[in-house]
Ligand binder design. Structure first.
Ligand SMILES: [Zn+2]
Ligand SMILES: [Zn+2]
Length: 360
């Protein structure tokens, strides 16, 4: 660990500041390419659907209005959620998790990994953290120089730690995490509905054109409608599988990262450690107000640092005897004496699967 901490010190760059700035802007521009691609597809689909299908091909005025109104409602919700996912403000990890200069110096001058571990344990003893590394140590990021809150991870693309990190998504050029997970879910859901709607309403005209009945469609219009059908079908398949998977994760209260590697609690790794029941899990992301569940405004519960955990993991952090193990029960935290005792137990029993004494 000593070497990893030392590596966090800034090394001198091998090229001039001008080249660095140029590279930085190129990289920033490159990261926006997938978003530009999606925006281009949306813009083209608007032209294909509204102009070519609704205005030039459909002849019934009533049908035109119904299609246009429904299409625009879906488009607005889809673009709104997409915008919020991309530009959600990802707040930094709170200051209390950051290692002060004095502690960092102690870490750097520590002679062994055990002493570094003890320094971290002492620093983290008043922090509300429940999970540890696979070896039972405090989860520490040597690049951000902080103790990672539960479910937080370092994103190498954003170059920082983010709360409840799910994954870094190039299609939104942002980390999907605590601050925008609801927006991401709505984006997937509305994008799927948008594709299904375009696909379903294009289908009769697609079949007609395919059979050679061109009606009032112009020659370029035919290709736009046929292409709109295929593109929406292709996106519906990929969005459907991704949305289905994320619904499964929401109901089970897991992030994508946790689905691949279960978080480590005192008694060992537990992929369901944060799961408090399907509906409560859903409300943890979408909030308590049903009126706002489908609206891309932030309503997720909690502060992103502390999460309710299953009863068997609660004793580590929370002393809630009657416990509803929900957000209501998170007010009472353990005393420092309990924390010290527990830290010692963690140290003695860090490995997965070992029997761990219970706090009395
Ligand atoms: Zn970090
Ligand atoms: Zn990221």
């Amino acid at each position: 660990m000593a070497s990893s901490v030392q590596n966090s010190r800034i090394s001198s760059p091998g090229y001039c500041a001008c080249c660095r700035t140029c590279n930085m802007w190129c990289w920033k521009g490159f990261k926006w390419l997938p978003v530009s691609f999606i925006v281009s597809i949306i813009t083209w689909s608007y032209y294909a659907y509204v102009i070519q299908l609704c205005i030039f091909t459909i002849q019934s005025t009533v049908q035109q209005w119904i299609y246009l109104v429904l299409y625009h409602i879906l488009l607005i919700m889809f673009v709104w959620s997409y915008w919020k996912t991309i530009f959600a403000e990802i707040e930094p990890i709170p200051e209390k998790y950051k290692l002060p200069e004095a502690e960092l110096e102690k870490m750097l001058s520590a002679e062994s990994e055990d002493s570094q571990r003890t320094i971290l344990e002492n620093f983290a003893k008043d922090l509300p953290i429940v999970t540890r590394t696979m070896s039972g140590s405090i989860r520490y990021c040597n690049r951000c120089v902080l103790v990672k809150p539960d479910r937080a991870h370092h994103c190498s693309i954003c170059a920082r730690c983010v709360l409840k990190m799910d994954h870094h998504c190039p299609w939104v050029n942002n980390c999907v995490c605590f601050h925008n997970y609801k927006f991401f879910m709505l984006f997937l859901g509305y994008a799927l509905l948008y594709c299904l709607f375009v696909m379903a309403t294009c289908l009769p005209y697609f079949i007609r054109l395919w059979k050679g009945d061109f009606g009032t469609a112009t020659s370029s219009g035919r290709y736009h409608i046929i292409f709109a059908f295929f593109v929406s079908l292709m996106f519906a398949i990929s969005l459907g599988s991704l949305f289905g998977y994320h619904c499964y994760l929401v109901v089970n209260n897991r992030t994508t990262l946790e689905a691949f590697r279960a978080p480590m609690f005192r008694g060992g790794a537990d992929k369901n450690g944060f799961s408090i029941g399907a509906f409560k899990n859903f409300k943890e992301v979408f909030g308590n107000s049903p009126n706002l569940w489908l609206v891309p405004v932030f309503t997720s519960l909690g502060d992103g640092c502390e999460y309710p955990v299953r009863r068997e993991h609660q004793l580590q952090t929370f002393t809630s005897p009657q416990d509803t193990h929900g957000y209501e029960s998170m007010g009472i935290t353990r005393s420092s004496v309990e924390m010290a005792r527990e830290t010692e137990r963690w140290r003695l029993c860090p490995r997965k699967g070992r029997t761990v004494p219970q706090i009395v």
